[in-house]
Write a protein that binds this ligand. Structure first.
Ligand code: PEP
Length: 253
């Protein structure tokens, strides 16, 4: 990506999902140490499991590595066993949060309305949300991918987002954790449709929203994906677990 003074820095976000015990903190430390040695063009964030968030935030404090939560509840507090609030993520040192990841939508039946409410909670807690959208293989094969994703996006964004900083991640379900990366043509078409919808919803502010691609991003394909029009970064799952691979993707941005 060629950066100008007005281009926002791409965001490279590592989603560890339900992976990582204490020893994994060393991977985050290794990323932070390398970025200290050689600062990156990209902003970099790691989303560890909730059990590691506080310790990871402390481990990388003062470095270029940001941290965040993989999900948040839409309420500030209360009787919601097993959940964590946006305020708790901020209190643990996180500054971002992923909402509406397809694994949350599938495993926990989260609807777009839930995602919009979680996004509102994230903004209220001062977090920068990454709102995920993406179609299934059946929807793509039926030629419904763009219409589905645009509708999902519209329903997942609360009106209160106007004027706030947030990101959208396009993650086709069939590309997540499968090794099947979307073609650059697919990505460009979808990101253009997402951008048009963001402008329709938020006017000129919609141009500033960064649209990340996610789905089997690896060191080998990162450079081509990140150079594509309207790709403002990457949401990386498996390849973010090892500092060496994650750093290679960061370096490609
Ligand atoms: C993800 O879950 O957000 C993701 C993109 O995973 P992976 O990179 O492993 O496909």
């Amino acid at each position: 990506m060629t950066l100008t003074n007005t281009t926002p820095r791409p965001l490279i976000a590592g989603n560890w999902k339900m992976n990582g015990l204490s020893a994994a903190l060393d991977e985050a430390r290794a990323v932070a140490a390398e970025l200290d040695r050689q600062p990156a063009a990209a902003r970099v964030a790691i989303f560890p499991p909730a059990t590691l968030l506080h310790r990871l935030a402390e481990a990388v404090e003062g470095s270029f590595v940001l941290t965040g939560g993989q999900d948040c509840h839409d309420k500030r507090s209360g009787a919601h066993t097993g959940d964590i609030s946006a305020e708790m993520i901020a209190d643990a040192g996180g500054t971002l949060v992923i909402v509406g990841h397809s694994e949350r939508r599938t495993d926990h039946g989260e609807t777009c309305q839930h995602v919009a409410a979680k996004t509102e909670a994230a903004i209220a807690a001062g977090l920068e949300p990454i709102i995920c959208v993406g179609e299934s293989l059946a929807q793509r094969e039926a030629g419904e991918a763009v219409a589905f994703v645009v509708g999902q996006l519209r329903n997942s964004l609360p009106v209160s987002l106007a004027g706030k900083t947030f990101n959208v991640a396009y993650e086709p379900l069939w590309a997540i954790g499968t090794g099947h990366v979307a073609s650059v043509d697919n990505i460009v078409e979808m990101h253009a449709a997402i951008r048009a919808e963001l402008i329709a919803l938020f006017g000129e502010d919609g141009r500033a929203v960064q649209i990340l691609y996610g789905g089997s991003v690896k060191p080998e394909n990162a450079r081509e994906i990140l150079a594509a029009p309207e790709v403002g970064g990457a949401l990386v799952g498996g390849a973010s677990l090892k500092a060496k691979d994650f750093l290679a993707i960061i370096e490609a941005a």
